[in-house]
Design a protein around this ligand. Structure first.
Ligand SMILES: Cc1cc2nc3c(=O)[nH]c(=O)nc-3n(C[C@H](O)[C@H](O)[C@H](O)COP(=O)(O)OP(=O)(O)OC[C@H]3O[C@@H](n4cnc5c(N)ncnc54)[C@H](O)[C@@H]3O)c2cc1C
Length: 512
């Protein structure tokens, strides 16, 4: 067995990088940070923690916004030495990449863009030849915005982003995982090999246990341990926020990159934009994503531009351009003619469209799309000069297609009644809007918290989720309990204890 003393470590107090994440949740502390470089070393750290009853928190890229990577005692296991792209394979007509967990999304994107195959250690000869000889390029299509996130972190959180509309979340792109369980046992988990039987039982890694006795909501979701009739064991680990094991290696599917046309379509009101989205979803255009900036979001950008707080290289909004829908359409050259016909039938006011094909122009549109979250953060920073404890409240709720209108109407009425400053934007293709409330002082902060809870209740009444992409971490326990009830949380705790009887690994994520 690898001795714990031979594993590189540092006192956690020497590097506060490991005591926080992008949630800015305070109070994190730990004794030691370990830097294992292979599974034997991860296993040794976990066995040592189990023996000493010490908590262990896994540190990925630290880009999470729910405090999931913030430790409260014990040790931190930094994944940073697992940073190699190992190889490339080809199966059933698809390429896949074999990567270590700490490889960032930006490194994956750059490696694929440049076809840097000389760095791969493991290669299937045929795969390499077709990859290098092909005039096409490939990409990993899951795009959770923050490219410094590690691929292991994105698997642990089942991250998703705008392109989830067409490609689905991280879960859909994982072929296999290598996971070290809390007892130190290392498992390669290949999709398609181990399923829950008819009574919901798994036979996995020498353990027999039942899946959680609930089903996941029928919408985009990142809340709670995954559970579904006949589910694959790999899906229990994906999105488990690291509470069941440490992911060290992954095989991820790739997708052919096709050039795309970016479109921004403006509308006089949010309800006009919503009607258009319904038509777009039913059309043959099959966009990669459908994103939205509502009236409140465009107003916020407009006021920041007019007051000189922000510059943005975009056309000036006209009177009737109050709400915007963004979508990208992959353009297969052969299909360009029929797509153009479909688009012209769909878009009633081409004078309110802004389309881009070339790189610099698509970058302008991207900057516009990201201008709302940036404006929200800048506005809150201003407010905090007088009220340091004020923060934004941003929802992450989603529902199924047939429930969206009711949720959107509830958002609109509730926000109007509250009088709170807000900005609405997000992944409308997945019925997943981020309602950002911007409290001006402490009274408004309390009011915003109440409204957030009311909106969560409404999303749940409509059989949706309290977190479609960011997860629960340490900040949203209350909402996970609203969603699954005490019974559901007990089910998650039961499954956690199958692997981790003393609840040491990533303690405090999802539940206590
Ligand atoms: C500006 C910004 C925009 C964002 N946009 C999106 C978005 O659009 N969609 C989205 O889904 N998220 C988004 N995020 C959140 C974040 O990028 C994702 O949650 C990401 O998946 C976290 O990856 P990470 O490597 O940084 O993980 P960390 O933050 O380090 O960790 C997250 C959780 O995963 C666990 N973990 C990390 N690595 C491993 C591992 N190897 N094995 C086991 N457990 C592990 C950690 O313990 C922790 O519980 C955004 C964040 C920022 C800052």
């Amino acid at each position: 067995m690898t001795g714990i003393a031979s594993i590189e470590s540092r006192r956690a107090a020497e590097d506060d990088r490991f005591l926080k994440d992008e949630s800015k949740m305070g109070g994190g502390y730990a004794d030691t940070v370990f830097f294992p470089e292979n599974e034997a070393e991860i296993s040794a750290v976990l066995k040592w923690c189990a023996e000493k009853k010490l908590k262990a928190t896994v540190a990925g890229g630290g880009t999470g916004i729910t405090g999931a990577a913030v430790p409260f005692g014990g040790v931190v296991i930094s994944m940073e030495k697992f940073n190699n792209i190992i190889g490339l394979g080809f199966k059933n007509g698809r390429f896949f990449l074999k990567v270590q967990a700490a490889v960032t999304l930006s490194k994956i994107a750059e490696t694929l863009r440049m076809k840097e195959t000389s760095k791969f250690k493991e290669l299937t000869e045929n795969a390499l030849r077709s990859f290098e000889d092909s005039p096409d390029t490939w990409c990993y299509p899951v795009d959770p915005t923050e490219m410094s996130a590690q691929i292991g972190g994105t698997a642990a959180t089942n991250a998703s982003g705008a392109a989830t509309y067409r490609f689905g979340p991280t879960r859909n792109w994982i072929k296999s995982l290598v996971v070290t369980l809390p007892d130190g046992n290392v498992q390669k988990i290949e999709r398609g090999k181990c399923f829950a039987d008819a009574s919901g039982e798994f036979d996995f890694a020498g353990k027999r246990f039942k899946r959680c006795a609930y089903e996941m909501p029928d919408c985009k979701n990142a809340a709670g341990l995954y559970s579904k009739q006949g589910m694959d064991i790999i899906d229990l680990f994906i999105g488990s926020e690291g509470i069941l094991g440490v992911i060290s290696e992954l095989e991820i599917w790739l997708e052919k990159k096709t050039p795309s046309l970016s479109v921004v379509q403006f509308f006089p009101s949010d309800s006009d934009a919503f009607s258009f989205v319904k038509k777009l979803k039913k059309s043959a255009l099959s966009p990669d994503f459908i994103e939205f900036i509502g009236e409140s979001g465009l107003d916020l950008i407009d006021s920041r531009i007019k007051s000189g707080c922000m510059t943005l290289d975009i056309p000036e909004f006209r009177e009737n351009q109050r709400s915007a829908v963004f979508f990208d359409i992959s353009m297969d050259k052969n299909a360009a003619g029929s797509l153009e016909k479909e688009a012209s039938g769909l878009i009633e006011h081409p004078e309110d469209s802004w389309c881009a094909w070339e790189n610099s122009e698509t970058e302008r549109i991207k900057a516009f799309r990201h201008a709302v979250p940036e404006s929200v953060n800048a506005t809150i920073a201003e407010i905090r000069k007088n009220y340091p404890k004020v923060h934004k409240l941003g929802t992450d709720f989603a529902v199924a297609d047939d429930k969206f209108d009711e949720l959107a109407a509830f958002y609109r009425e509730t926000l109007k009644k509250s009088g709170l400053k807000h900005a609405v934007f997000g992944h409308i293709g997945n019925n997943h809007l981020h309602i950002n409330m911007l409290p001006a002082d402490y009274d408004e902060l309390e009011k915003a918290k109440e409204i957030y809870a009311l909106m969560a209740k409404k999303a749940l009444e409509l059989k949706g989720t309290v977190s479609a992409e960011h997860g629960i971490g340490k900040l949203k326990h209350k909402y996970l309990e609203m969603m699954f009830g005490e019974e559901g949380i007990n089910e998650m705790r039961r499954v956690k204890k199958v692997f981790d009887p003393d609840m040491l690994l990533n303690n405090g994520n999802m539940f206590q």
